[in-house]
Design a protein around this ligand. Structure first.
Ligand code: FAD
Length: 326
């Protein structure tokens, strides 16, 4: 119920644009590394100082206007320039819908090509984050086209999809991030039960590690991390063949501990004004993350946002029920 509530909110266009006006609020400031490139670079330098590399996400998704997609592309190009100029240990994560996938496939392809090309000149890797099921195939198509020209690209395999194993085999020669999956997906495409998702997640990680290509294991789940530590030891998988990844601001102690133990560690560093959808998905994943909001709840603007959010959710539910009745 709570998961559905926050998932519903994550896709609400009105709340998304309202949130942009308010700046980082509702506790988002503890899991988003600022609103501009300078703040993001500062956070990256701090993480690098602890031996942690970063993947930078200029927040934004589900863009439906060409000028917004173009602006997002320009910002990502600036991030690439800033990574190079500051000589920090970081690469790029981006979402195809931010670069116009919902507007026009070829427009998005050209935006991505420009980004990948610039990153390539500086030897910077670009990861295509994976979004919901509706965008899965076109995102893989974009990757297929660009990987014919460049080898600094990779993507994500989401373990909740029934087809994840098939996709892993198809992309076995790529640098891959393996995750459980963050969106609400229909039963015909995805496991719904946490146990099934965890089981498939472990299976995919082991498969790609044994396959020998670089694997990013992206999870905050200490049980899975411990399992992977045992697995790599038993199978003599060298430490330079994989890394652990976590999101900025989450389990900071564990992030440092893993880096101090000598594992490659990469923090996903999101920044920018378009934080709302990202933040709502984090609340949907783990109700305890509401602690982040609770600390801010006496802030007047936050109360307005929560009020608007609850209102929008209730209206959404009521109209759905009415439609069902019809
Ligand atoms: C770096 C990174 C990149 C990602 N990229 C994508 C992507 O491109 N596409 C996509 O669909 N999804 C992506 N995700 C999200 C991912 O799919 C999951 O939704 C998300 O990571 C939650 O699953 P989990 O494995 O971290 O832990 P969960 O399944 O949420 O939790 C499992 C257990 O781990 C422990 N735990 C989890 N979080 C915490 C915490 N904060 N503090 C203490 N204990 C905790 C708890 O014991 C919990 O019961 C990404 C995640 C990361 C970390």
């Amino acid at each position: 119920m709570l998961k559905d509530f926050f998932m519903g909110l994550s896709q609400n266009q009105f709340l998304n644009s309202t949130a942009k006006k308010y700046g980082l609020k509702m506790g988002a400031q503890s899991v988003v590394a600022g609103t501009n490139i300078e703040e993001a670079i500062k956070s990256i330098k701090e993480l690098n100082a602890h031996g942690i590399s970063c993947t930078v996400d200029n927040l934004g998704e589900f863009v439906f206007k060409k000028e917004e997609a173009t602006a997002a592309k320009e910002q990502i190009l600036e991030v690439i320039e800033a990574i190079h100029k500051n000589n920090v240990d970081a690469h790029i994560s981006l979402k195809p819908t931010q670069l116009g996938l919902d507007i026009d496939y070829y427009f998005c392809l050209e935006n991505l090509r420009e980004i990948v090309d610039k990153a390539n000149t500086y030897d910077i890797f670009v990861n295509f984050d994976m979004e919901d099921y509706g965008h899965l195939k076109p995102s893989f198509d974009l990757l297929d086209e660009l990987s014919m020209e460049y080898n600094n690209v990779g993507t994500v395999i989401q373990a909740y999809f029934f087809e994840a194993g098939e996709n892993l085999e198809k992309y076995k020669n790529y640098r891959l991030r393996i995750v459980k999956g963050a969106y609400k997906e229909p039963e015909q495409y995805a496991y719904q039960d946490k146990k099934d998702i965890d089981k498939n997640f472990i299976k995919l990680i082991e498969w790609h590690l044994l396959n020998g290509k670089f694997t990013s294991i992206a999870t905050h789940d200490h049980r899975i991390i411990n399992h992977v530590k045992d697995f790599v030891k038993k199978n003599d998988i060298p430490k330079d063949k994989f890394e652990f990844q976590m999101l900025y601001g989450f389990r900071k102690d564990l992030q440092l501990k893993l880096a101090n133990e000598g594992y490659n560690f990469c923090t996903y560093v999101p920044f920018g004004n378009d934080w709302y959808g990202y933040f709502m998905r984090r609340l949907a994943e783990r109700p305890q993350n509401l602690n982040l909001v609770a600390k801010q709840v006496f802030n007047k603007k936050t109360n307005t946002m929560i009020g608007l959010a609850a209102g929008a959710f209730l209206i959404g539910r009521m109209s759905k029920q009415q439609k069902k009745r019809k």
